[in-house]
Ligand binder design. Structure first.
Ligand code: ADP
Length: 618
């Protein structure tokens, strides 16, 4: 390339070589930088302008070199190029100064400084146009080697002023300079220009301007303006913000859940008490039943939203426990039967003979998954049959049992085009037919997430108008093939057999205490209620109880603190059951590890309460 341009003189060739090299790596840098997605902020905008400007700079300089031998025939071309180069050089220094200002000072003043620099550039450019420019011709040469004269001197003054400004910014921010890598290229530029000034004083033909500028731009890319680093930083910031927002959302949901559950506890509690009273009219009892149903629906919605938010926040955990699968499936049948209402539906349950006696897995989630598809079958079937079939494949080598549960109904069925939408959040298909059926469209989305979390599969086969079959495959660990005795879980409420038992209920809400009193009334306990943890401690010192039911969220002393103080009391060995409306993190495991003997969530489920009372008092 150097040879092709056929110009004489060493300096000319060296300068040309510098320019061509600069052009090459500046183009490469431009391609790399602009092919990446860049962050759109002031710094990157300045850097992008520097990158584009420098291409023009290198091209003008090359054109000057090429036009130099033709100066005598067409001096106007050299004049235009030389003045263009002056305009460019001032512009490049102004960009670096603007960058240095941005790194050093408050972004608010940035726009004012930018305007000052633009005005400064325009005024200087006009002055360049009027100031003469001279060309240095070596002896007997037909080309000039460098430019000089008033226009060049004026550029030196302007650049000198800008360099001084840069130095001033650095001095003002001296303490920041060491830690802020963004200053490094600016300092390197200043040093290189100092060295170049000394060299050019000795060899004025050796033009290093473009070379230094390209070098600076290059370093800037690798030190501060690298889009990848910027992106990672931006992504990290975005991630932090998203995590904070997510945490806030989870906290909000937890609080809302608590707030909604507390009044629901009263609504469900009192309306259930009304149902049990004999002196009420049939109509009033009907209203009470409707209130209970509506509240349970509301509770299901709250639980669904909590589940989805837990799944999305990756907070849902698998808690493996040993369980008797026969007991679980039997209890599911009992739970689903009332949901059939009075519809002419035959419910059939079959379980394979070789189902292991004890399995290990997240039984709460297994229940939730199967209950959801059973409930849907009950909801979306008007007449005919629902078949609940449990099969399994036991593998001795891995000691696992592949549960294979299918729920087949003769309900309305699902259209082919809707099958894919079935597992989407908030998607309720067949909306026009769904108007009378309660639901949020969350059930199957949650079910699918839970199944997948447990490494299982769920699928559906359906014919519109004829019925659907949902199948779930879940792998569980086999603990024992032997069926434990007493495998049928009793879920009938039994109020008898609790004579002479003394119970303490601790809750800061008077209405919740009233609910507890009413729910516990049929048991004929000797019931004591207190409104705070402190009162509970006082009374527990003087009286002996058979069981304590303790609310968790109480002002001044919460349930866990109160429990810890109780446990510190000498000789205290009364079972304490957590009673809480906090359900977002509320696995019973959490409360058990906090020292509680068991856990009941609000609104209080009478069956679960009965189970707990029997466990500790019988
Ligand atoms: P929800 O029942 O709360 O609307 P789901 O996510 O459980 O939400 O179900 C989504 C949709 O799938 C339902 O609205 C219903 O239209 C349809 N669907 C679910 N199960 C069945 C079924 N067994 N038979 C017919 N349609 C069903």
């Amino acid at each position: 390339m150097v040879l092709l341009i056929k110009v004489d003189g060493d300096y000319m060739n060296i300068t040309m070589m510098f320019s061509i090299t600069s052009l090459f790596y500046i183009i490469v840098l431009n391609v790399i930088y602009f092919s990446k997605k860049n962050v759109n902020n002031r710094e990157t905008n300045i850097y992008s302008t520097i990158l584009i400007a420098i291409i023009f700079g290198v091209l003008i300089e090359l054109a000057m070199r090429i036009a130099a031998p033709f100066y005598n025939t067409a001096p106007i071309i050299s004049d235009i190029l030389a003045k263009g180069f002056l305009v460019y050089t001032l512009f490049w220094f102004s960009l670096i100064t603007l960058y240095c200002f941005l790194v050093s000072f408050n972004e608010n003043k940035y726009l004012i400084f930018k305007k000052i620099l633009i005005i400064f550039n325009i005024i200087c450019d006009i002055i360049f146009m009027f100031l003469p420019i001279k060309y240095h011709f070596p002896e007997r040469a037909i080309y000039y080697t460098y430019t000089l004269g008033p226009a060049i001197n004026f550029l030196y003054v302007c650049v000198f002023l800008l360099i001084l400004l840069n130095i001033l910014f650095i001095i003002i921010n001296f303490k920041k300079v060491y830690h802020n890598k963004k200053y490094y290229p600016i300092i390197i530029t200043l040093i290189l220009y100092l060295v170049a000034a000394v060299i050019q004083n000795r060899y004025p033909e050796l033009l290093l301007n473009i070379f230094i500028q390209s070098f600076t731009t290059f370093i800037m890319y690798f030190t501060i303006e690298n889009p990848d680093i910027k992106h990672i930083n931006e992504l990290n910031l975005a991630k932090d913000a998203a995590e904070k927002a997510n945490k806030a959302k989870t906290e909000f949901l937890s609080n809302m859940s608590h707030e909604i559950r507390t009044p629901l506890n009263a609504i469900v509690g009192f309306s259930e008490c009304m149902l049990e009273q004999n002196d009420l009219s049939k109509e009033t009892k009907g209203f009470a039943k409707d209130i209970v149903d509506a509240s349970n629906n509301l509770l299901e919605i709250v639980n669904g939203i909590l589940d989805i938010s837990k799944i999305e926040a990756n907070k849902m955990e698998i808690v493996a426990k040993e369980y008797n699968p026969r007991e679980v499936f039997n209890s599911l049948c009992k739970l689903v039967k009332p949901k059939l209402q009075d519809k002419p539906i035959e419910f059939k349950y079959t379980c394979c003979e070789d189902l292991p006696g004890v399995l290990k897995g997240d039984v709460a989630k297994v229940k939730q998954i199967i209950l959801n598809i059973l409930t849907n079958a009950a909801k979306y079937t008007e007449s005919g049959q629902i078949e609940f079939i449990v099969n399994c494949i036991n593998r001795r080598d891995t000691n696992t049992c592949l549960l294979y549960v299918s729920v087949k109904d003769t309900g309305r069925g699902i259209k082919k085009e809707n099958i894919d939408k079935l597992f989407n959040k908030f998607e309720r298909i067949d909306e026009d037919r769904n108007t009378t059926i309660e639901g949020t469209g969350l059930g199957l989305a949650i079910t699918k997430s839970l199944v997948e979390m447990m490494g299982g599969r769920i699928n559906v086969v359906s014919k519109y108008g004829e019925g659907s079959t949902f199948r779930v495959y879940l792998e569980q660990e086999i603990i024992s093939m032997e069926v434990p005795e007493n495998n049928v879980e009793e879920i009938e409420i039994d109020y008898n057999g609790f004579t002479n038992k003394k119970i303490l209920v601790v809750d800061d809400s008077l209405i919740n205490l009233k609910v507890a009193q009413n729910i516990l009334k049929p048991y004929n306990f000797d019931l004591v209620t207190v409104k705070s943890g402190m009162e509970a401690l006082d009374i527990a010192k003087n009286q002996t109880f058979d069981l304590i039911l303790m609310d968790i969220m109480m002002p001044k002393m919460n349930g866990i603190e109160c429990l810890n103080s109780l446990r510190e009391m000498p000789g205290f060995n009364v079972p304490v059951v957590a009673l809480t409306a906090d359900a977002i993190e509320g696995t019973d495991e959490k409360y058990k590890s906090a020292g509680f003997d068991d856990y009941l969530s609000k609104p209080i489920d009478r069956y679960l309460l009965n189970k707990v009372l029997r466990k500790f008092l019988k």
